[in-house]
Design a protein around this ligand. Structure first.
Ligand code: AMP
Length: 193
């Protein structure tokens, strides 16, 4: 596992623990010599995770769509900044550059991004581990809902189990490293489906 993609809020959230967790994950990735891949912005927790990784001597690749480059303010200190033409290109490029995915606390963008890479594993577009950094129980009610969706017959247990979760960045990276990604979907779809 040489690179990890982090999806997280363009806001800071209401508690300081969210920012601290983002910084801790950035430092941990750098200490493990893992390249951090993220959305390329300075704002919110996105900026916090990138700054912490860079300050710890890590390599950080930011991928930002041109339409957002002003709104989210492109980070100027990155090892590499890629400006792409659209949100869809951004997500594809982030997925291709990464060996694993982590969602920190975030909003609709974060949820959409982690669910997309999760469904790509479900569909066989890629076979890469993913997990949630569940800081302060931020994702507890989402997990309750997902378990209820399994009970209701809309999510297969094997698909639900593809996502790891932990409150500690180092422990979560260990879980991703050890995750069984040999899952074979019934229906395998090519990238760009
Ligand atoms: P948020 O979690 O809503 O603060 O957003 C986190 C990141 O997701 C930001 O870089 C947003 O620009 C991005 N984002 C928001 N909506 C989408 C979307 N529909 N597709 C891809 N990225 C998005």
């Amino acid at each position: 596992m040489n690179s990890v993609c982090v999806f997280t809020g363009s806001s800071n959230g209401s508690k300081v623990i969210y920012r601290e967790a983002a910084q801790s994950l950035g430092r941990e990735a750098a200490q493990r010599n893992m390249t951090l891949v993220y959305g390329g912005a300075t704002v919110g927790l996105m900026g916090a995770v990138a700054d912490a990784a860079l300050d710890a001597g890590g390599s950080v690749i930011g991928i930002l769509p041109e339409a957002l480059a002003e709104l989210e303010i492109a980070h100027t200190r990155l090892s590499e900044l890629r400006i792409v033409d659209s949100m869809h290109t951004r997500k594809m490029a982030m997925a291709e550059a990464s060996d694993a995915f982590i969602a920190l606390p975030g909003g609709l963008g974060t949820l959409e991004e982690i669910f997309e890479v999760w469904t790509w594993t479900q569909l066989g577009v890629h076979a890469k581990p993913l997990g949630f950094l569940n800081v302060g129980g931020y994702y507890d009610s989402l997990f309750t809902f997902l378990d209820q969706a399994v009970q209701s017959g809309f999510i297969r247990p094997a698909h639900r189990e593809l996502a790891q979760s932990h409150t500690d960045p180092s422990a979560l990276l260990d879980l991703l490293k050890a995750a069984d990604v040999s899952y074979k979907p019934k229906l395998a779809v090519s990238p760009g489906y």
